[in-house]
Design a binder for this molecule. Structure first.
Ligand SMILES: [Zn+2]
Length: 130
């Protein structure tokens, strides 16, 4: 376990890199509340001293929506499903890949990964059915 305060620049980009490397993590406060970077204090109780802990290997889709007409940032990705999946007690938002949007459903068990947007090659958080 690493103390994030040793890494003052730690933020979303570093988190994306960690997910891409298969080393996804979340932040856990001394009270055990989970959250996602970038954060210095727990959003639930305000405690500092957040520690990094590995994300659970799989999560579950809680809710999703299918986008048929996307913003310019994702226009070549459409149609796609954006889902919120819970991994332990943290909720992550991402694009669902490897399955048609109409087959995405709440309760689907997924793994989290990082892939490129089909539109601009920028990294996006993606979920893949497990
Ligand atoms: Zn807390």
């Amino acid at each position: 376990m690493t103390d994030p305060s040793e890494y003052p620049n730690q933020g979303y980009d570093e988190w994306i890199d960690a997910i891409a490397a298969g080393e996804g993590y979340h932040l856990v406060c001394p009270e055990g509340h989970g959250s996602l970077p970038p954060r210095r204090i727990c959003p639930e109780c305000g405690a500092g001293g957040l520690a990094e802990e590995p994300l659970p290997a799989s999560g579950e889709i809680e809710t999703y929506s299918v986008t048929h007409v996307a913003s310019p940032r994702f226009e070549d990705d459409a149609p796609y499903a954006i889902a919120i999946a819970t991994f332990g007690d943290v909720a992550i938002t991402g694009q669902v890949r490897d399955v048609s949007p109409e087959n995405v459903d709440a309760g689907m068990v997924v793994t989290v990964d990082v892939d490129e947007s089909a539109t601009d090659d920028e990294p996006v958080v993606v979920f893949r059915p497990r």
